[in-house]
Design a binder for this molecule. Structure first.
Ligand code: SF4
Ligand code: SF4
Length: 96
């Protein structure tokens, strides 16, 4: 029996995205540009953060697992405003 990949497991989750109220936000994009570790871009299990060649970090919360990792790894910069989604929105784990 083959072992499922992480991507396959994530695909079993379901999300209701709150388009008008992202529950996580980058406070100051300029701080990200100078951030030496950009840990959010390699610690997020859902790859919500990406950095381009110029060091600009972009956040898309659509597939967020609400794990809180990004908030922890950005503690030194305090540059992430983090909250849970509003009631009725966010992730439902493991369908199928
Ligand atoms: S860890 Fe924080 S400051 Fe660094 S790139 Fe990510 S959000 Fe920006
Ligand atoms: S809470 Fe977890 S899944 Fe959501 S953006 Fe942060 S690190 Fe990624």
């Amino acid at each position: 029996m083959s072992t499922p990949k992480v991507e396959e497991k994530l695909y079993q989750n379901r999300y209701i995205v709150d388009e008008s109220h992202p529950h996580i936000a980058i406070k100051d994009k300029a701080t990200c540009t100078t951030c030496d570790h950009k840990a959010c871009t390699w610690c997020c299990p859902a790859a919500c953060y990406t950095a381009d060649a110029a060091g600009t970090v972009t956040l898309a919360t659509d597939g967020c697992l609400e794990c809180g990792t990004c908030r922890v790894v950005c503690q030194d910069k305090q540059n992430i405003a983090w909250d849970y989604p509003r009631g009725g929105y966010g992730i439902s784990y493991k369908f199928g």
